[in-house]
Design a protein around this ligand. Structure first.
Ligand code: AMP
Length: 545
C-alpha cells in the first residue's frame, strides 16, 4: 500500500530557502585576495542564487548542462554551489591544483558549456583556454583585474537575472554537482551527485554523532571547494544556518589562525597538512591567538596522526577524524568515542580517535578478504567496501565497472580492519596512488613518463612518508645497459609534463625492481626498503643513496 506522505523533493535549494527565511541575517564572510573581508547574508545569498539560476537559464543553459567553476573558497563559489543546481544545471568544480592539460581534459570530458572563474586564477584560465571549449566565461572580480577579451563579468550576469523568477521543478534524483577523482590507471573519472544525495548527506553530516554542526557554529571550510564538493560542508552549514567564513586564497597557518580568532570560529575542516602547520604555529607562539575554547577541527583526506590529536588537545582544541572519498560525497566514517568508551585509559582513547572511525547512519561498511567478509576482530585485513544513498553507483561514463562488487558495494581501494566496536582503521591502500597534502599523484603516470626516457629500462614510483605532506613520491629506476642518466636529468625530463609538486623528491637507481608472482612491481617491499634508506639519508645529510 502507498503511504500518504507528500512527495516533497530533496533539493539543496530548499536548504538555502530555509536558511534565508529563518537565519536571513547570518553572515557568509569571505576573505578577498587583499585580505579584506567581504560580507553577505543568507538573504543576500538566496537573492543572488535566484539571479544566477535565472540568468543561466536565460543564457541558454539546458537541464543537465555542466557549468564549471575555477575558484577558491568564497561567496561566489558558494553562489555557484546553489545557483547552478537550482537552474537545473550541474555544478562542475575544477581542481585548480592540477596540471593545465589535466584540467582541460576533465573539462572536455565533462563537456562543460560555461565557466565561472575568479580573477586571481586568470593565468591558469589562460593556460587551459586554448584546449577547452567554453561557450561563455564569467569572471568574478575579487582582485580587480581587467576582464580578458572574450570574457564577461559575473556581476553583469547576475544583473541579467534580476526580477521575478520561479525555480524550475526538478526531480531529486537528477544530477546537481560533479567532481572528478584521480584514477590509478588512466584518466580521472567523474562522480555525479544528485540533489537527493547532497541533502541526505547534509542531514547526516550535521548530526551530533557525525560532524555535529548547529546554527550557533561558525564554520571555516579550509578544504577546497573543488574537492569532493568541499566535503559537502557548504550544504551542511546552510542546512544548519550557521555562519560560514571562507578563507579565499589565504591558506597559510598564520592567515587561518588570524581568521579563526577574528571571526570566533567554532569548527573548521581540512587535510592533515593544514592542521600540522597550524599546530606547529600554535606551539611556537602559544599566547598569540585566542581561539574559541573547544573549537573542533575536522581532519580527513589522509590519516590524522595520533600525535597531532594529542597536540591539539593540549590547546583545548578537538580533532574530529573523518574518512571519506569523492565517490562517497564524501563522508563515510567519523571517529568519536562512544559514551561507554569515554573512560578508556588515555593511550587507548587516542588510538581509537586516530582510527578512521564509525560509519555514519545510512552508510554501511564491510571489509572483504579473499574468502568473503573479514571478521570484525580489529586484526583481519580486508578491502573496505561501502554502500549508502550518497555513494556513487557508477562513474560518469561507466568507466571501471569493476570498482563495484557483484552485489553492488563500492570497492574503496583502502585496506582496513574493523574492530568489534565497529571502528574502521585504514592500514594500507590497494590504489597505486600517492596522496601528498591532500592531493593525488598518479604513480602510474610518473612511471610511464619515466619509462619513456631513452635511458630508463624500468621505473617504479612509490609513496614515502613525509612529516609535512604525509606522503611524497620517490622513484626507483633501473637504467638500460650502457646508458646513463642523472637524477636531475630525469626530473627535468618529467618537469614539462607534470605539475611541480608531482615531481619525485628523490630518484633511486637500482639494478632490479622486485616483482610479485604475477609480474607486478612489489611496491610494499619497495616502500619498506626505501623508507629505511630515506630515513638514513635524512639523518646523514650529504650522503647520497
Ligand atoms: P578523495 O577521493 O580524493 O577524497 O580520496 C579518498 C581517499 O583518501 C580514501 O580512499 C583514502 O585512501 C584517503 N583518505 C581519506 N580520508 C582518510 C583518512 N581519514 N585516513 C586515511 N586515508 C584517508
Amino acid at each position: 500500500m502507498q503511504s500518504n506522505m507528500m512527495n516533497f523533493p530533496l533539493l539543496p535549494r530548499h536548504l538555502l530557502g530555509h536558511a534565508a527565511k529563518l537565519y536571513g541575517t547570518v553572515e557568509i564572510v569571505s576573505r578577498l585576495p587583499d585580505k579584506s573581508l567581504h560580507r553577505e547574508t543568507y538573504r543576500d545569498l538566496e537573492a543572488r542564487n535566484r539571479a544566477l539560476a535565472k540568468a543561466l537559464i536565460s543564457a541558454g543553459l539546458r537541464p543537465g548542462d555542466r557549468v564549471a567553476t575555477l575558484m577558491w573558497n568564497h561567496y561566489a563559489h558558494l553562489e555557484a554551489y546553489f545557483g547552478i543546481p537550482a537552474s537545473g544545471g550541474i555544478l562542475h568544480t575544477l581542481n585548480l591544483r592540477l596540471h593545465p592539460d589535466d584540467i582541460a581534459y576533465i573539462s572536455n570530458h565533462a563537456e562543460d558549456r560555461f565557466l565561472i572563474v575568479d580573477d586571481t586564477l586568470l593565468d591558469l584560465y589562460a593556460a587551459i583556454r586554448p584546449h577547452t571549449h567554453f561557450e561563455r566565461v564569467f569572471v568574478v572580480s575579487l582582485a580587480g583585474h581587467p576582464l580578458p577579451p572574450g570574457c564577461e563579468s559575473y556581476e553583469a550576469l547576475l544583473a541579467e537575472g534580476a526580477g521575478k523568477f520561479t525555480y524550475p521543478d526538478l526531480a531529486e534524483t537528477t544530477a546537481a554537482a560533479m567532481c572528478y577523482t584521480s584514477g590509478t590507471t588512466g584518466r580521472p573519472k567523474g562522480v555525479l551527485y544528485s540533489h537527493r544525495s547532497i541533502v541526505l548527506h547534509s542531514l547526516v553530516s550535521a548530526l551530533p554523532n557525525a560532524l555535529n554542526l548547529g546554527q550557533r557554529d561558525v564554520l571555516v571550510p579550509v578544504v577546497p571547494m573543488f574537492h569532493a564538493i568541499s566535503w559537502g560542508l557548504p550544504y551542511t552549514a546552510t542546512l544548519a544556518g550557521c555562519k560560514q567564513v571562507m578563507p579565499g586564497p589565504h591558506l597559510d597557518p598564520e592567515s587561518l589562525l588570524d581568521l579563526y580568532q577574528q571571526e570566533r570560529v567554532s569548527v573548521s575542516a581540512g587535510v592533515p597538512t593544514i592542521w600540522l602547520g597550524i599546530l606547529e604555529r600554535l606551539e611556537r607562539e602559544p599566547e598569540r591567538w585566542q581561539l574559541k575554547p573547544g573549537m573542533r577541527m575536522v581532519v580527513g583526506g589522509s590519516a590524522a596522526p595520533e600525535g597531532m590529536i594529542r597536540g591539539f588537545d593540549k590547546f583545548g582544541l578537538e580533532v574530529l577524524h573523518a574518512w571519506g572519498m569523492t565517490e562517497t560525497s564524501p563522508l563515510g566514517t567519523v571517529s568519536q568515542l562512544k559514551s561507554y568508551l569515554s573512560n578508556l585509559p588515555a593511550d587507548e582513547a587516542y588510538a581509537l580517535r586516530a582510527k578512521q572511525g564509525l560509519p555514519v547512519p545510512l552508510f554501511e561498511a564491510r571489509a572483504m578478504g579473499d574468502s568473503g567478509e573479514a571478521p570484525q576482530d580489529g586484526k583481519t585485513l580486508g578491502e573496505l567496501e561501502v554502500r549508502g544513498p550518497w555513494v556513487a553507483a557508477s562513474y560518469y561514463r561507466g568507466e571501471r565497472p569493476e570498482s563495484w562488487s557483484e552485489d553492488g558495494w563500492f570497492r574503496t581501494g583502502d585496506v582496513v580492519t574493523i574492530d568489534p566496536e565497529g571502528y574502521v582503521k585504514i592500514t594500507d591502500r590497494t590504489k597505486d596512488l600517492i596522496k601528498s597534502g591532500g592531493e593525488w599523484i598518479s604513480s602510474v603516470d610518473l612511471e610511464n613518463a619515466l619509462m619513456s626516457h631513452p635511458a630508463v629500462a624500468e621505473a617504479a614510483v612509490i609513496a614515502l612518508p613525509d612529516p609535512k605532506w604525509q606522503e611524497r613520491p620517490a622513484a626507483v629506476v633501473v637504467l638500460k645497459r650502457n646508458h646513463s642518466a642523472s637524477e636531475d636529468e630525469l626530473r627535468e625530463y618529467l618537469r614539462p609534463k607534470f605539475a611541480k609538486w608531482w615531481l619525485p623528491d628523490v630518484i633511486y637507481f637500482a639494478t632490479e625492481i622486485p616483482r610479485t608472482s604475477t609480474g607486478k612491481f612489489l611496491k610494499s617491499r619497495l616502500r619498506k626498503i626505501y623508507a629505511e634508506q630515506e630515513k638514513s639519508r635524512l639523518n646523514c645529510p650529504g650522503t647520497t643513496p
